[in-house]
Design a protein around this ligand. Structure first.
Ligand code: PFF
Length: 463
């Protein structure tokens, strides 16, 4: 009976096409993972949370929770071969549980829509910075001038709205074109190019920044300063940067050829993503200290340190332009992943064409994005909970929705799916399977819930 079902799932085909090769899949998932989360968000959140201890907790979350949840998402996606909502419904029933597991898929669709609403606004900043760099706005800049340029830019809501609109249009365009034609080509050159550019910048940072101070800030951990809120932020960052907890990777897994190793593919993505985040930190913090900037500066951190450093470099305008072009590309390939669950769902569930679905979802997200556009200017003083509307959407999605989605995905893959099904997808029940299963059944769900309850103060301190 079980093996028949396993055979049945092998014959399933995705409606949206398949990746042309294993490499294409790895590139696409890497493209989704590597984005503003690595270059923009990681340094500023690490800076706000005091560096060292935060970074180590983040790394622990990536390895102990991120990697097993990513593998779970891919295997669920490949087994169901549909959009995340339909896949969870199908597998919930097939595994003898309930169709209500589809709630994970729906929550992911919602999380993706909310994340992209602000992600697109920040991605719009990178577009504006391409033009500012190219026109020499940062030549000979000082900490004051880059601060002033950033401040007057984000203070102008029309400028932010324009860039946000442009970015959403670009995203809708690629998503409408479909999985292979759009995605693969965009990612194939972006990731290596970004990596190369960052290595050049690292060289600059080593030679001109306060490198040892930057390294010290990032890695010397003082756990006594760490709050549970920071631990939650580190965990949220791990989910955000790996694009997990919301079904995006599940949607990509649905297009994965049968023979590809899920463990190997996940490991490559996790290493590439973490490596790029570390690189970003090692570039930015030495520059922060060399220029007496504040590591806890917030969302403007990268938009001030890099133009400052590049403005002082020979051919700085050229390098700065290239850097922001690459960052915009990285954001673009991630934005596609953020839209994919909602679009795939609309196509399958409401019988829309891909292009129609992309436009409908895209316009909704565009409108929602104005809440974040205005958070940096007109509504900057309108604060509650974690800060501005932007801060609250970010906190709610990254630190709450994604980890909770992660718990459910881990529980589903670890407890609801039977051993045969998961071992079948992960290539047998060897040691790596056992490690995955242990992390997925115990470490990930318990760890996430523990941090969560601690951060909201529901678990008492024992000391
Ligand atoms: N991982 C992306 C980044 O680090 O920029 C953000 C992201 C993309 C999150 C896609 C979630 C997602 F589904």
């Amino acid at each position: 009976m079980l093996s028949n079902e396993a055979d049945g799932s092998k014959k399933r085909k995705s409606l949206h096409g398949h990746w042309s090769s294993r490499m294409a899949f790895i590139l696409a998932v890497t493209g989704s993972a590597v984005g503003l989360g690595n270059v923009w968000k990681f340094p500023y959140v690490a800076g706000e949370n005091g560096g060292g201890a935060f970074v180590l907790v983040y790394l622990a979350c990536v390895i102990l929770v991120g990697m097993p949840v990513m593998m779970s998402e891919i295997l669920i996606g490949r087994r169901g071969r549909r959009n995340p909502v339909a896949t969870m419904k199908l597998l919930g029933e097939e595994e003898g549980s309930s169709k209500h597991w589809q709630i994970i898929g729906l929550a992911g669709v919602v999380a993706g829509i909310f994340i992209l609403s602000y992600y697109s606004v920040i991605a719009g900043w990178t577009l504006a910075y391409v033009f500012k760099s190219a026109t020499g706005a940062f030549a000979g800049s000082t900490a004051e001038t880059v601060g002033a340029i950033f401040g007057s830019f984000v203070g102008n809501w029309q400028a932010l709205a324009f860039c946000h609109t442009l970015f959403m249009a670009l995203t809708i365009f690629v998503v409408a074109r479909g999985v292979e034609r759009g995605l693969e080509q965009a990612v194939r050159f972006m990731v290596p190019a970004l990596l190369l550019m960052m290595v050049v910048l690292l060289g600059y940072s080593i030679s001109s920044g306060s490198f040892s101070q930057g390294v010290d800030f990032m890695f010397s951990a003082d756990f006594s300063k760490l709050t549970w809120d920071s631990v939650l932020a580190a965990m949220g960052q791990a989910f955000f940067t790996l694009s997990i907890g919301m079904g995006a990777i599940m949607a990509y897994g649905a297009y994965l050829p049968e023979e590809t190793s899920i463990t190997g593919a996940s490991a490559s993505v996790v290493v590439a993503d973490t490596g790029i985040a570390m690189l970003a930190g090692l570039i930015i913090f030495p520059l922060v200290f060399a220029n007496a900037l504040d590591p806890a500066e917030g969302p403007g951190l990268v938009f001030q340190t890099l133009p400052l450093a590049l403005g002082q470099m020979p051919a700085g305008a050229f390098f700065s332009t290239i850097f922001f072009v690459l960052l915009a590309f990285a954001a673009w390939t991630s934005a596609i992943g953020l839209m994919e669950p909602a679009v795939a769902w609309l196509v399958e569930h409401f019988n829309r064409t891909r292009a129609q679905a992309a436009v409908i979802v895209g316009l909704g997200i565009w409108a929602l994005g104005f809440a974040s556009v205005l958070s940096f200017n007109v509504l900057a003083d309108f604060t509650f909970g974690k800060g501005t509307i932007f801060d609250n959407i970010d906190h709610l999605t990254s630190n709450i929705m994604l980890p909770l989605g992660g718990v459910l995905i881990a529980v589903f893959a670890g407890w609801v799916m039977c051993r045969n099904s998961t071992a079948d997808e992960l290539g047998g029940a060897g040691t790596s399977y056992k490690v995955w299963r242990f992390l997925t059944r115990f470490v990930a769900p318990i760890g996430i819930l523990f941090v969560f309850l601690k951060a909201v103060g529901l678990l008492p301190d024992l000391s």
